[in-house]
Design a protein around this ligand. Structure first.
Ligand code: SF4
Length: 218
């Protein structure tokens, strides 16, 4: 989709940023949403829209004890499930989508979460972000998850000027080496939580200060 021209200097700047991210944060794959099975991660990711991972983990702790299988979710009572996930917000849509998604997984995929992006995005409540969480975490397929941290910080770093998450994803795929696609999201989440916070980025303490293109850095 993007295929933009990237200069040698820009490539070097990107490489330096990635090297520093590797040094300061994890180079191991980890998932911030607790789960024991692929379908649990899918449901947790649907719940994580407009909600913190901490809140989702609190909710799924009880939810996955109550609904032990995909069939349990497929046969769930809508109103009851809405109550169960109420505190994650947008619970009407999330409950409806979770039930629909579980039904499709059971009837069309034999209970197995697919790995193909078009099959994943064909499931109720699953967009590219959720699909890429599954592809990266479950199947280790190089994929870039564009969440709120990746969107905000990629813009500040000058990696993209786009606002649309899908456009950002494709621009990042052009810019970043494939072996960093999964890691980039994990490292940027860590950076966004600790230093480059949404409200008050600590630019003067940031190890990326000299490489960052944000005009507002002080
Ligand atoms: S210099 Fe500031 S804006 Fe740039 S990455 Fe660091 S904290 Fe974020």
């Amino acid at each position: 989709m993007a295929n933009r021209r990237i200069t040698k200097a820009e490539r070097e700047r990107v490489d330096k940023i990635l090297t520093l991210l590797d040094e300061y944060y994890t180079t191991e794959y980890k998932c911030y949403l607790n789960h024991e099975t692929p379908w649990q991660l899918l449901i947790a990711t649907i719940l994580s829209a407009q909600c913190t991972d901490e809140r989702v983990n609190l909710v799924t702790k009880d939810l996955f004890k109550k609904y032990k299988t995909l069939e349990d979710f497929a046969g769930a009572d809508l109103k009851e499930l809405e109550k169960d996930i109420h505190s994650t917000g947008f619970y009407h849509n999330k409950a409806k989508n979770i039930i629909e998604c579980a039904k499709t997984l059971v009837t069309e995929y034999g209970g197995v979460v697919p790995k193909e992006i078009d099959k994943l995005t064909g499931l109720a409540g699953v967009g590219r972000k959720t699909a890429n969480v599954i592809r990266g975490n479950i199947y280790h397929e190089p994929s870039i998850v564009v969440d709120t941290h990746v969107k905000r910080i990629s813009g500040k770093l000058g990696f993209t000027k786009a606002e649309d998450p899908e456009k950002i994803e494709f621009e990042l795929m052009d810019l970043l080496p494939k072996d960093h696609w999964i890691l980039y999201n994990l490292q940027i989440i860590a950076h966004g939580r600790s230093i480059c916070t949404a409200r008050n980025p600590k630019c003067t303490e940031c190890f990326l200060y000299d490489l960052c293109k944000w005009k507002g850095k002080s």
